[in-house]
Design a protein around this ligand. Sequence first.
Ligand code: SR1
Ligand code: MG
Length: 390
Amino acid sequence: MNACYPILTEATVADYLRRSAQFAGLVDADTVVAREVGDGNLNLVFICNDERGASMVLKQSLPYVRAAGPSWPLSADRSHAEATGLRAAARASPATTPQLYGYDEQCHVLAMEDLSALTVWRRALNDGTVSAHAASDCARHVARLLFHTGVVGLDPEQFRAAAARSTNPTMCRITEDLIFTEPFTEHPNNRFPAAIRTTVDSLRSDRRLSRRVTNLKVEFETRAESLLHGDLHTGSVMVGPECRSTKVIDPEFCFYGPVAFDLGLLLGNLLFASVRAKCLGLDRQRRDIDELPGLLWAGFTDEFWSSWPNRRDRSLCDDFATDWLTRIAADSIGFAACEVIRRVVGFAKVSDLESLPHERYGTAVTTALEVAHRWLTTTSPVWSDALFRS
Ligand code: SR1
Ligand code: MG
């Protein structure tokens, strides 16, 4: 595929930086060494180090889905959405947001803080580090974004204008297809072992489940509560040494949507960590992971209620907030279930399960699907310590 902008390589980064007025001085272009480390589904990521000890990250959107190749074209404009998401998050929650140094709109390149001293949370969980701190930090990040970009924080006209500026239709379409549609039908993007066909069929043929998933899909499409991260799984979070710092990365899917979607993606991905620990017989680790939903919900509601007295529109009464939180609690468990199903059945797998020994994989994915099925068919599910029980 011919892109109409130069695609960076490790060998061309120095030259790109030498020609860039915008990124001049961030690292020394004459001595910079670039290493491509991207392991996500979409983009190129270069860690750039110079001889003086300065470093930064360059992230470039490819004109296609990296994990699929040029046969799946995708607009590189997602880098614009990511810059918008990073700027909004930096205003709302600077401590949990990586610094954006600049954005080259022509070449779809973001220059950012180098976080290589931190570890991707999914990887830390896979390696046995649970990081309770990260659950609370992420939940607070979501709540702060809600209060900075939602109708509780902005004047109604500002809110509508911000929502109109932050539509992200191409990326939302990916989520609609991959999370809410394809896993529930026969689709070439799906891939799962034949041994779980009966479990998948029982999900697909459950009318109660289909009704709930359809309701959640329409919530996703229509409930514009605030700017969301939009893809807040454990691979979009980095945790620092000793878990003392947390950074929420990669908001290229950001859009105005239901806040429960961000909480739900986190919850669903924490279930994978729990199932993995269970299948590996790591009981202590599993017990620690199973406490994360409680920390996530406590972090979110604590931040919510601390911000609530400062809401912009004082006519919003406390009972409304209570009802709102009840709906967010139930919908986030529903969104979590959809995320679990798509990672098992559909496109874009998770290493928590994919790196399990072959003989444990079938049990792991069946357990995950059974929990998701329960979440989608329980009337008014609530966040409790028993959420991950299988
Ligand atoms: C085609 S993109 C596949 C997935 O990768 C991203 O991280 C999102 O989760 C998306 O659904
Ligand atoms: Mg991502």
